[in-house]
Design a protein around this ligand. Structure first.
Ligand code: DAH
Length: 349
């Protein structure tokens, strides 16, 4: 009996060392300690052992069983740990593998140009201001020296909401708003960019478009002159549209400025030789500008004897078309990805 016990002990210890997974461990447990297991059988056989030997043999079997139970539980811990480590190893994430790139939207060419203009004018000491798109006749026209019935109103075919309210046809309305809002009547140096609306629709006109407007007002002794206007617009055109463009100042008429000028730049298509785009002149008109009309100063609370300044304005869509060589303004509003993708964040790719 003792040899049998010793044999089972050695055998089970050897087997436990060799097994490699929890399933085998469970099989081993059943084999020795289960209801029909080898050690259980030994215990059951005790009744056949001589009574004097029974406690000794019984103790021996119990020792072997306890020992085996301890070994099994140790092995179980070891195997579980090994399995966990194996799993962790398999599920390890390699953070050096490049991820999937998410496609980001791009900045719309109009917003890009607006941001560039705002940066430029802020760098020259201007404020960036805003005004309402739903505007009154008073601010859109009357306060800009365009009384009711003025022929220059015909150039801006308007969307009236009521007799008094319309969708603004020009950002020049913000000139008047800025002057009125400035109750201290301190000097002004501002630009504003925003949407404007007119009843027109073709390759170079959209019923909704964008304008930039600039206004500088200072005391007469600050001598804000045409030379300042010219210098400012030169920087503007060269930084925003193209560094190697020539500018031409051409006398013109706007009700809110006197004298008034239109600024032309070298035709970007033919380089100044003359083509169908510039109608053979070599020049393309880009900006309206001039010295603020005394009437405009007066009705908006600035004494024209003490204050003076200049103003300028133009369509941002036109600027974008010149800058990027876009031939149809409607591309800017139809959200075609084939168009928009061309203005992708190339710098980030
Ligand atoms: N508001 C004019 C337009 O929409 C553009 C313009 C011309 C603005 C001359 C100005 C200016 O500020 O001085 O046609």
């Amino acid at each position: 009996m003792k040899e049998k016990i010793e044999e089972i002990k050695n055998k089970s210890i050897k087997e436990i060392k060799e097994l490699i997974d929890l399933k085998q461990l469970e099989e081993l447990r059943i084999k020795y300690l289960g209801k029909k297991g080898e050690l259980t059988a030994l215990l059951k056989g005790l009744k056949d052992v001589a009574e004097s030997q029974r406690p000794i043999i019984g103790n021996l079997v119990n020792d072997v069983r306890n020992n085996l139970e301890t070994l099994i539980s140790e092995k179980e811990t070891e195997l579980k740990e090994r399995e966990l480590n194996k799993k962790l190893e398999q599920e390890k994430i390699d953070i050096t593998i490049p991820g999937n790139k998410l496609k980001r939207g791009s900045i719309h060419p109009l917003n890009r140009i607006i941001e560039d203009m705002e940066d430029l004018f802020v760098s020259m000491g201007y404020d960036v201001v805003t005004g309402p798109e739903l505007e009154t006749d008073e601010f859109c026209f009357e306060r800009l020296n365009l009384p009711k019935g003025h022929p220059a109103r015909d150039m801006q075919d308007s969307f009236y909401i009521t007799d008094e309210y319309l969708l603004r046809t020009q950002t020049s309305s913000v000139q008047a708003r800025t002057m009125i809002a400035n109750t201290e009547k301190t000097p002004i140096r501002m630009i504003t960019c925003g949407k404007t609306y007119r009843r027109e629709d073709d390759a170079t006109h959209s019923h909704q478009f964008n304008q930039i407007e600039g206004l500088v007002i200072d005391k007469k002794d600050a001598h804000v002159s045409l030379a300042d206007l010219k210098g400012t617009l030169e920087v503007f055109v060269k930084k925003i549209i193209g560094a190697n463009l020539d500018l031409r100042f051409r006398p013109s008429y706007f009700p809110f400025t006197e004298p008034s000028y239109e600024v032309d730049v070298t035709c970007f298509k033919c380089g100044g030789k003359g083509c169908n785009l510039c109608k053979g002149t070599g020049w393309i008109e880009v900006l309206g500008s001039g010295i603020v009309h005394p009437n405009v100063l007066k009705v908006n609370g600035y004494d024209p004897d003490q204050y003076g300044g200049f103003a300028f304005g133009t369509g941002i869509d036109r600027l974008a078309m010149f800058r990027y060589g876009i031939t149809d303004m409607r591309y800017l509003y139809t959200n075609d990805v084939r168009f928009l993708n061309q203005f992708d964040r190339k710098d980030e790719e």
